[in-house]
Write a protein that binds this ligand. Structure first.
Ligand code: FAD
Ligand code: UDP
Length: 371
């Protein structure tokens, strides 16, 4: 009899397995995939290049607590992510900054002049509800059309006017020369990759792993006292109110016999092609190798559920499932799919640590510090 069955060995499930085993509990951690790490899983491809099976994962956080916690399981390599967008035949810094505007229009504006440039074009709106409004109210319609509108339509299969403001608001517009994708204080990649981080996190003898094991099968035979579930919440409740929309991706990997394939880690293609972006992994991992591997991301509806789709009607449907979840205190729901939140890895780790604190009935810092 295990104290806990945890469904899903991504960040949510693995952090909880680590915390609970550290508090003396026995844990059965299952995943229907043949590996740990969830969507952050990485491995060496045939050419020996470390790649991310489910798309590029870059770690960044503002939280000292989360960074400190994960640092128990890995050394880090400092890495600041940079992206170029292919617009009007040019490769331009993205998020949009002073240099983007100058290179796009052949200008030499100062940061103050770029602030004026944005202000003149911005359409003043009260409260922004949609992603279209979030962008147009800051930088105007022309830059919105060039950089955001069609990328978003490809990525989500929806117009930005149909998506919550929070989606496009993930990407700022800047009146300086900062060309980093993220500005968080902690921006690092795990030196030996995410999978190694997970292996260390899950090394306690009190954790038993069941891979290639679907919860719906396992629950018939496994014996456990408490359940933590990190898969899609609608699947848990047998789609009682209908399926929650999740956006998926198809990945196309290519290995090339060259050191470098493209001039930045990621190139976004807002306006051409069926794919949204191309990522060259060696920038992220710092690996030295005479070959290089890139991945093309093709958004689609069918396939693994990768992205919850933030829009009002989906929030309403999610709240119905959440009410079912709240009514059953014997199961805890945590993670990006189970709480239907467009969370980054650090936010999922934070959510899992908070649940671990509550379950271990300790103060917020004692759970993390109790090693
Ligand atoms: P997951 O990693 O999805 O883990 C859930 C696990 O549950 C899965 O392994 C699944 O197989 C398993 N499961 C589901 N149902 C069952 C079942 N019935 N039985 C058994 N197992 C089951 N975040 C960042 O911080 N930086 C990035 O650069 C970044 N890039 C991303 C790029 C892409 C393309 C995607 C899709 C996401 C990206 N993210 C990024 C987000 C990141 O992947 C998530 O925040 C994080 O992995 C979520 O962890 P999780 O444990 O909640 O879910
Ligand atoms: N986005 C865009 N153009 C871009 C990059 C992003 O319109 O070149 C929008 C798009 O809607 C995307 C959202 O901003 O889904 C968030 O971008 P982010 O890079 O954070 O997406 P993720 O890495 O989570 O796929």
């Amino acid at each position: 009899m295990f104290d806990y069955l945890i469904v899903g060995a991504g960040f949510a499930g693995s952090v909880l397995a680590e915390r609970l085993s550290g508090a003396g509990k026995s844990v059965l951690l299952c995943d229907k995939r043949p590996h740990v790490g969830g969507n952050a899983f990485d491995f060496e491809d045939e050419a020996g290049i470390l790649i991310h099976k489910y798309g590029p994962h870059i770690f960044h956080t503002k939280s000292q607590r989360i960074f400190g916690y994960l640092s128990r399981f890995t050394d880090w390599r400092p890495y600041e992510h940079r992206v170029l967008a292919h617009v009007d035949g040019k490769l331009l810094p993205f998020p949009i900054n002073v240099d983007t505007v100058n290179q796009l229009y052949g200008l030499s504006l100062t940061p103050e002049e770029v602030a004026e440039f944005f202000a003149k074009r911005a359409e003043p709106l009260g409260q922004c509800r949609t992603s279209e409004q979030a962008v147009v109210s800051k930088i105007g319609r022309e830059l919105y059309e060039k950089f955001f509108r069609y990328y978003t339509r490809k990525q989500w299969g929806l117009d930005p006017s149909e998506l919550d403001a929070s989606v496009a608001a993930r990407v700022p517009a800047r009146c300086d020369h900062d060309d980093r994708y993220f500005t968080d204080e902690y921006q690092f990649m795990p030196v030996r990759g995410y999978t190694e981080l997970f292996r260390k996190m899950l090394s306690s003898p009190r954790i038993s792993l069941a891979l290639d094991a679907d919860y719906h099968e396992l629950q018939r035979t496994a014996r456990f006292r408490h359940l933590i579930y990190t898969g899609p919440i609608d699947a848990f409740f047998d789609y009682r109110y209908g399926p929650l929309p999740y956006r998926s991706l198809r990945f196309k990997f290519e290995t090339h016999p060259v050191e470098r394939f493209q001039p930045a880690a990621v190139i976004n293609y807002p306006n051409e092609h069926e794919y949204t972006r191309v990522t060259e992994f060696k920038y992220l991992t710092g690996q030295k190798h005479p070959f290089t591997t890139v991945v093309y991301e093709y958004p689609c509806d069918q396939g693994d559920p990768y992205y919850p789709v933030p829009r009002p009607e989906n929030a309403v449907l999610y709240r119905k499932y959440q009410a079912l979840a709240d009514a059953d205190p014997s199961v805890k729901f945590v993670g990006r799919l189970a709480t239907y939140r467009y969370y980054n890895m650090d936010q999922v780790v934070g959510q899992a640590l908070a649940l671990a604190d509550a379950l271990c009935d300790q103060g917020p810092d004692s759970a993390v510090n109790a090693a």
